[in-house]
Write a protein that binds this ligand. Structure first.
Ligand SMILES: NC(=O)c1ccc[n+]([C@@H]2O[C@H](COP(=O)([O-])OP(=O)(O)OC[C@H]3O[C@@H](n4cnc5c(N)ncnc54)[C@H](OP(=O)(O)O)[C@@H]3O)[C@@H](O)[C@H]2O)c1
Length: 215
C-alpha cells in the first residue's frame, strides 16, 4: 500500500518502522529538514502535509490531536482526502483531568469523518503508548496484543485490519465509528496510569480463545 503520514513524530516513526518493508511510505512534517532526516531512516519519501495526502491510498493523521484540523486544512481540505482511507490515531485527552475533551457526545473520529465526507475514516493504534509500537514484536505475557479499531465501511475495515496485522498485532473490529468514543475513553484510562508512573508498556489486552485457548 501507499501510506502517507501527516506528522513525523513518535507515533508516525513507530508505525513507519513496522510498515517500512512491504509498503511505500511518505512522512511529512512542518520542518522540511527534519522531514528529510526522519524519512531517510525508513527509506520513505518526505514532504509536506499536502504531499502526504496526495501520495497515500491510506493517510495516517499523526499530528498532536490539537493540530488535526489545521493539518487537514494545510493538506488541502476535504477534496485532498477524497477516496482515501484515513486512520485517526489521536487521543483527545485532557492531561489534567484524564477525560476526553469531546463534550459534544461525538468522538474525534466522527468529527474527522464529518470534515472528510468522501474519505473512509477509521480509528486505530490509539490505545498503546508509542513504546509498545516500537517493540520488535507484539507478544506480551505470551499473548499477541489485540488492537481494537473502528471503521464504518469497506475498504477501511479491511485495510486497517491488514495494517494492524502487519505490525504483528491482532486486529479486532469493534464496529463503526460510533464506537470510537469508547476507544478514546479507554486510551484516557491508559494515559492516566502512564502519567501516574506506570511502565509505558501498560496496555489493555483483549483475551480471546484464538489468542489463548481456554482450558
Ligand atoms: N505518543 C504516544 O504514546 C501515543 C500513543 C497513541 C496515540 N497517540 C496519538 O498520536 C498523535 C501523535 O502523537 P505523537 O506522540 O507522535 O506526537 P508528536 O511526537 O508530538 O508528533 C506530532 C507530529 O506532528 C507534526 N505536525 C504538526 N502539525 C503538522 C502539520 N500541519 N503538517 C504536518 N505535520 C505536522 C509535528 O511536526 P513538527 O515536528 O515539524 O512540528 C510532529 O512531527 C497524538 O494525537 C496522540 O494522541 C500518541
Amino acid at each position: 500500500m501507499k501510506i502517507g503520514f501527516i506528522g513525523n513524530g513518535g507515533m508516525a516513526q513507530a508505525l513507519a518502522s513496522k510498515w517500512q518493508h512491504g509498503h511505500q511510505l511518505l512522512l511529512s512534517g512542518r520542518d522540511p529538514q527534519k522531514a528529510v532526516t526522519v524519512a531517510e531512516r525508513f527509506g520513505a519519501g518526505h514532504g509536506n502535509a499536502a504531499e502526504a495526502a496526495a501520495f497515500g491510498d491510506v493517510v495516517v493523521l499523526a499530528t498532536r490531536w490539537e493540530d488535526v484540523f489545521d493539518a487537514i486544512d494545510q493538506a488541502g481540505g476535504a477534496s485532498a482526502f477524497a477516496g482515501k482511507v484515513v486512520i485517526d490515531i489521536n487521543n483527545p485527552v485532557d492531561i489534567e483531568t484524564f477525560l476526553t475533551t469531546r463534550d459534544d457526545g461525538n468522538s474525534l473520529t466522527e468529527a474527522i469523518q464529518r470534515r472528510l465526507p468522501d474519505a473512509a475514516v477509521g480509528k486505530a493504534f490509539n490505545m498503546a503508548q508509542v513504546a509498545v509500537w516500537e517493540d520488535r514484536d507484539m507478544t506480551y505475557d505470551g499473548r499477541t496484543m489485540v488492537t481494537l479499531f473502528t471503521a464504518d465501511r469497506s475498504p477501511a475495515i479491511e485495510t486497517i485490519g491488514q495494517l494492524i496485522s502487519d505490525t504483528g498485532s491482532e486486529p479486532l473490529h469493534l464496529g463503526g465509528n460510533r464506537h470510537a468514543y469508547q476507544l478514546e475513553a479507554a486510551a484516557a484510562m491508559v494515559i492516566k496510569f502512564l502519567f501516574s508512573g506506570r511502565d509505558p508498556h501498560t496496555i489493555f489486552n483483549f483475551i480471546q480463545p484464538e489468542v489463548k485457548p481456554i482450558r
